[in-house]
Write a protein that binds this ligand. Structure first.
Ligand code: GDP
Length: 478
């Protein structure tokens, strides 16, 4: 074990003791909410918290449906170093009548503490009386999670893998400008700051283009290049891959050495602190996945999503974080993968979407040789922006969805003004989930971005949020 491992273990032990002491005072559950940008984290947390606070309709959330929850309230969060999740602001954005709009998505880590007072079930109830559980929700960009594998590889290997990937499939066309600049760089030449910055800019533009709607690729580390959090503009992000062999080494003062030093700093100063300070202290995790966009973008996007999920599952694999587990006395024991925005499909396709995600997750788990925490899968909509509608067209009845498309959205040559309702046929998912993975759905689904619904009740309509709550929290309220 080298020195940095020891330091990290020390830091781990300190964090673990703190969590342990806090846990003695009152049980707490640290629930991580993650997913790539625009997967739906912000909307999910806002809707979940509101449903719990206001007693929304959650039939599959047993403690709630059975009337055992006596009180739910927000409390000051335990970690002073983390920003608070701005729940009230997000709720306001969604509730502003005619000017309602989706809140701004997650750009950095934040936290919210929800306290649930409940009556335990059966025998336990008679012996311990009422119970109290703190649920600490920790929202963070999935891009940061995809960085964790970087802890296990050096700069040269990362460079070689990243460049090899950029020469295949839909990445290649998007990498043209960056590749052109790459050919002008010599790892052995004298370090040049301007070259490093330019390479980082072009590399970042390539990553961003791979995230575009029509490509919808997922596995794009380093995550801070797309989601910098507090590190926007930092020299820690002024590096990029060079076209070198996996086992290359670099003479001091060379461009290669400068890039490698920055990469190592990125891992040491950004990736590791996030891993030890936040990720390793989670008890449960929900990973939100915009599976519909990937399915619609085609086989490369689905395959990339699977690679990203395999990378994520490798982070959760038992054994690989055994030091974490033994020092903390806690480890992630449940992971829920959720396909979001299910309201963009008719309800006849919700189970199908769930089956497709289950297959994607199973294959990713096989790839990652995963074993460990219990996994479940759900297709949900945190806030249902549409309702079901049947439309008869040329004698054929179609299962459609209806809602108010965002201003500027188009269907055929109709451009929406943000006030007019429309019913659209989004397309069906195949009954056999495997048929969805080969790219046959590419361009087949029709998606429109809908405005949030006009709020008529105290809580938002949703799809299957109760199932998510039951899996993530339910057993801790037994
Ligand atoms: P984040 O980047 O992961 O925090 O993503 P957000 O929660 O900000 O969601 C991104 C966008 O997805 C929102 O602005 C909405 O347009 C859309 N969205 C999120 N959740 C839902 C949902 O349940 N239904 C629908 N129709 N759209 C959603």
């Amino acid at each position: 074990m080298n020195l940095s491992d020891l330091i990290d273990s020390g830091r781990l032990a300190a964090g673990g003791l703190r969590d342990f002491a806090v846990g003695l005072a009152s049980p707490s559950l640290r629930l991580g909410v993650t997913g790539l940008s625009r997967a739906g984290k912000t909307v999910f947390i806002t809707s979940l918290v509101q449903a719990l606070l206001k007693g929304g309709r959650l039939p599959a959330f047993e403690a709630h449906a059975g009337g055992r929850i006596s009180r739910v309230y927000l409390e000051p969060q335990p970690d002073d170093g983390l920003p608070r999740f701005p729940y009230e602001d997000h709720l306001e954005a969604l509730s502003e009548g005619e000017t309602r709009h989706w809140p701004e998505g997650t750009r950095q880590i934040s936290q919210l503490r929800l306290t649930i007072e409940y009556e335990p079930r059966g025998l336990v109830a008679r012996t311990v009386g009422s119970g109290k559980l703190h649920v600490d929700i920790i929202d963070y960009p999935g891009e940061w999670l995809l960085d964790l594998p970087l802890m296990g590889m050096g700069y040269a290997r990362w460079s070689a893998l990243t460049i090899a990937a950029s020469r295949t499939g839909p990445r290649l066309a998007r990498a043209q400008d960056w590749h052109a600049h790459l050919t002008t760089l010599d790892a052995a030449a004298r370090a040049d700051e301007g070259q490093a910055i330019r390479a980082a800019q072009l590399f970042t533009a390539y990553l961003a283009s791979c995230r575009d709607d029509d490509a919808s690729l997922s596995a794009l580390p380093p995550g801070r290049f797309l989601m910098p959090g507090d590190f926007a503009g930092s020299p820690l992000l002024a590096f990029a891959p060079l076209d070198v062999a996996e086992d290359a080494s670099f003479a001091s003062g060379s461009l290669g050495a400068l890039m490698a030093r920055r990469y190592d700093s990125y891992v040491a100063r950004i990736v590791k602190p996030f891993f030890f300070g936040n990720f390793a202290r989670l008890d449960r995790q929900i990973v939100l996945v915009d599976a519909l966009s990937a399915l619609n973008a085609g086989a490369a996007a689905v395959n990339d999503l699977q690679t990203a999920l395999a990378g994520i599952l490798a982070c959760f694999r038992q054994g690989s974080n055994s030091i974490v587990s033994s020092l903390f006395g806690r480890r992630i024991d449940r992971i829920l993968f959720a396909a979001t925005k299910a309201d963009l499909l008719h309800q006849t396709s919700h189970d199908r979407l769930e089956k497709i995600l289950r297959l994607i997750v199973e294959e990713a788990a096989n790839r990652a040789e995963y074993s460990g925490a219990e996994i479940d899968v759900v297709a949900l909509a945190a806030i249902r922006a549409t309702r079901e509608a049947r439309v008869t067209q040329k004698g054929e009845t179609l299962d459609c969805i209806a809602g108010t498309p965002e201003k500027g959205e188009t269907i055929g040559n109709q451009v929406f003004d943000g006030n007019t309702e429309a019913a659209i046929f989004p397309g069906d998912l195949p009954e056999n989930p495997r048929a969805a993975l080969d790219g046959s759905l590419e361009g087949h689904l029709k998606f429109v971005r809908f405005r949030p619904p006009l709020k008529r009740l105290e809580t938002f309509p949703h799809i299957r949020m109760d199932r998510a709550a039951e899996f993530l929290i339910g057993d801790r309220l037994a």
